[in-house]
Design a protein around this ligand. Structure first.
Ligand SMILES: *Cc1c(COP(=O)(O)O)cnc(C)c1O
Length: 398
């Protein structure tokens, strides 16, 4: 058996991999995948164990909605599965075009470009708008895809303290020559708080910087008609010329988009490598996303119920002496600090029937490991109370 070979006889790469794995284990940072199954927004089987899911980003409970399922099936019957090519070759189908138009109308932007994922949408924006000699300025808690996008663009990346507006102002003043692109999450993915978008937009306007907001966790969930945190802040495309979102979260689907002016979208089509050099999303998924968009637009009750759940959860936590991070989004993190303790808590909750995933470095800053609890329009109020009681109980056990 290979594993029994003494160290010096192992292949150099295996030796290195083992050393890395050991380091991860010592720091309680190893990660394992569990196999999920089920067809319900909340009741999930995780490695075969039935649990209540408090860790999905399916905020509106749409991922298993019959309309989405039916649209996917119908479109697959007519158009098959794969798009067959990248969008500029033959992969751009009528369903993509329809979805782009409907999303543009929904978001009140001139045009929308569908991308295969939010990760790729963020790469598209940063790499096609900035390069050597330009500057990208980001909030320190921006999503990993935004950091990677900046790295790939060759622009100079500087990051300001989380929602620290004087720090952003200093970074903006220091940037000169070239384009300056300011980037922020609308709703921060691991903290759940909302960026001060009005202040950011005002600073950008003052310094003639371009503003890109990644509203992966806001669109569908907050703002008037579910149009997200940018709409909630009352910001038009003049103030936020670049808006990205994903279809993988509140839309319960897959894929992502960039919304902006016709000029911007034409530029991306021509110059964004992460758009050009990847297979277009399956057209049946675009059809499914259109069905999701209709639910997002019409089902105000989902957002209303979610808001009620958020209110109840925070009140219930306070009542039990549990401290949550300040957040009015469905992302309700509870910082534990120590990674090992966070893992023990999630294991305890799992035993009690609750799926809450531990978020640890490098996803979050060292010493801020947390339970990232996410609420979903499919949750029942009593399920929230049950989770809170289980967390209190866990506190006296681990
Ligand atoms: C999830 C997420 C993404 C990535 O979107 P995908 O469609 O899952 O690739 C990008 N930005 C933020 C802020 C996210 O939370």
């Amino acid at each position: 058996m290979m594993a029994d070979l003494p160290d010096h006889r192992m292949a150099p790469m295996d030796r290195w991999l083992d050393a890395r794995a050991k380091l991860r284990q010592e720091q309680h940072l190893e990660r394992h995948r569990r196999v999920s199954s089920g067809h319900h927004p909340v009741e999930i089987q995780s490695d075969g164990k039935p649990l209540l899911n408090f860790s999905s980003n399916d905020y509106l409970g749409l991922a298993s909605h019959p309309d989405l399922v039916m649209a996917l099936k119908d479109a697959a019957d007519c158009q098959g599965v794969g798009s067959g090519a990248s969008s500029l070759v033959t992969g751009y189908h009528a369903e993509h075009q329809l979805l782009e138009r409907e999303l543009a109308e929904f978001l009140q932007r001139e045009k929308v470009l569908l991308c295969s994922s939010g990760y790729l949408a963020n790469l598209a924006v940063a790499t096609s708008l900035t390069g050597k000699g330009d500057a990208i300025i980001q909030d320190k808690l921006c999503h990993a895809s935004l950091i990677d996008a900046a790295r790939l663009s060759d622009a100079h990346l500087s990051r300001y303290g989380h929602v620290d507006m004087p720090a952003l102002q200093r970074r903006l003043a220091a940037a000169h020559g070239g384009n300056t692109l300011v980037v922020s999450d609308g709703v921060f993915s691991m903290d759940g708080d909302t960026a001060p978008l009005n202040e950011i937009a005002a600073l950008c306007l003052e310094q003639q910087a371009w503003l890109a907001v990644d509203d992966a966790h806001g669109i569908g969930v907050c703002g008037p008609g579910g149009r997200g945190s940018v709409a909630a802040a009352g910001l038009s495309s003049a103030k936020v010329p670049i808006l990205t979102g994903t279809l993988g979260k509140a839309f319960g689907c897959f894929g992502a988009f960039v919304a902006g002016s016709e000029r911007l979208i034409d530029h991306l089509v021509n110059e964004a490598r992460s758009y050009i050099y990847t297979t277009a999303m399956p057209p049946a998924l675009a059809a499914s996303a259109r069905a999701a968009l209709r639910r997002v637009i019409e089902d105000n009750w989902r957002r209303d119920h979610l808001q009620e759940l958020i209110r109840r959860f925070r009140e219930g936590a306070k009542h039990r002496g549990l401290v949550l991070m300040p957040s009015d989004s469905p992302i309700q993190p509870m910082v534990i600090g120590d990674s090992r303790k966070t893992l023990e808590l999630t294991a305890f909750l799992r035993e009690k029937g609750y799926l809450v995933v531990a978020i640890r470095p490098p996803t979050v800053r060292k010493g801020t490991s947390r339970l990232r609890i996410t609420l979903n329009a499919g949750h029942q109020p009593e399920q929230l109370d049950g989770l809170l009681d289980a967390i209190v109980l866990a506190g006296s056990h681990v």
